[in-house]
Design a protein around this ligand. Structure first.
Ligand code: ADP
Ligand code: MG
Length: 321
């Protein structure tokens, strides 16, 4: 199968069947031509996954495709953008039809679920590498950025933390959760839910936001640097899933929440005068979020537990025995 047949069979057919909004010219020409909804700004992000670096050799192609697109969608959520389109640059060691069929199935499953259309890409031969570039629209005044926070703002996170690191530990056999918890962690790891609904609710309320991919400490540090503030995290308030609670190791859970990766939850800051709006969203069950700290004058992120400074366990303290 040649390059063009491959593109047609696995990536273009789907598009011909479902023409997408704003796609003036899609796959098959030199450029895609795209029409943004009027008076909206374009939000763009790109991420590359390399075999052996970002995922193990032999990874399930369907899950790999889902994860590649979903983690990119998480970046759109972090910016308050609505998904529209994406491009795919695929480097393959060889053309394996079964692999491509499964990859394409995962890709279009996630694309369909979140309403974003594949509009182009590039296909080359080499070590397995998947690059997704995602595009979305954002209301000019309502983009969520890292540089809008102030001292006195509260720090919140959506859903629960540490699950990404726990999932990896389960996948690698370092912990042995129950079957139900293992399945839940597996799902959360391979098919993270981009927090698009949450981010839409937070527009006009949050002063800053990002998605947590490297652990709360590191990612909140990005907001602090961009906004020129410091932060204090209340370690006792970190939210944990039932799967994490069932580990009965609070120190490990805290280490994973603060320093683990791959959670893809939102961390956002809220000025005191907007906290009533957030509390209402939470009370109405529209938003699942927890206050985990506050911003203070200064630099850097510190952790407190019961009023005392808390030294987060170092990376490497990741073993369970
Ligand atoms: P060019 O030589 O102009 O770069 P290509 O031969 O690389 O064009 O690609 C032909 C068409 O197929 C282009 O429209 C491109 O966007 C699209 N395409 C190539 N690879 C992929 C892919 N993996 N997924 C989706 N579209 C692709
Ligand atoms: Mg090309």
């Amino acid at each position: 199968m040649g390059e063009f047949e491959l593109i047609r069979n696995f990536f273009q057919r789907e598009q011909a069947e479902n023409p997408a909004a704003g796609v003036v010219l899609g796959i098959g020409d030199d450029c895609a031509i795209l029409a943004l909804p009027s008076a909206q700004h374009l939000a763009v992000s790109v991420d590359t996954l390399v075999e052996g670096v970002h995922f193990p050799a032999g990874a399930d192609p369907e899950l790999l495709a889902e994860r590649a697109l979903r983690t990119n969608l998480s970046d759109l959520a972090a910016s308050g953008a609505t998904p529209l389109w994406f491009t795919l640059a695929l480097t393959l060691p060889e053309v394996e039809e079964d692999w491509l069929r499964r990859f394409s199935r995962g890709l279009f499953a996630a694309a369909g679920e979140y309403g974003c259309a594949l509009v182009g890409g590039d296909t080359t031969r080499g070590p397995l590498t998947v690059t997704v570039q995602i595009m979305g629209s954002v209301e000019p005044q309502l983009a969520l950025r890292r540089d809008g926070a102030s001292a006195g703002d509260f720090v919140l996170v959506t859903h629960t933390l540490g699950d990404g690191a726990a999932a990896l530990a389960a996948i690698e056999g370092r912990i042995q959760p129950s079957e139900a918890h293992r399945d839940w962690l597996h799902e959360k790891f391979y098919r993270p839910i981009p927090r698009l609904k949450e981010s839409a609710l937070l527009q006009g309320i949050a002063s800053a936001a990002l998605d947590i991919s490297d652990g709360l400490l590191a990612d909140l540090g990005h907001i602090c640097r961009a906004s020129d503030v410091g932060a204090v995290i209340d370690v006792a308030s970190l939210p944990f899933s039932p799967a994490m609670q069932a580990l009965h190791n609070i120190e490990q859970a805290r280490a994973w929440a603060l320093g683990g990766g791959d959670d893809y939850e939102l961390c956002f800051t809220v000025p005191p005068n907007a906290m009533a709006d957030v509390a209402l969203l939470i009370a109405q069950g529209e938003l699942q979020a927890t206050i985990v700290g506050e911003l203070v004058p200064g630099v850097g992120v510190v952790c407190e537990l019961d009023g005392e400074l808390y030294q987060p366990p170092q990376q490497g303290y990741q073993h369970f025995s």
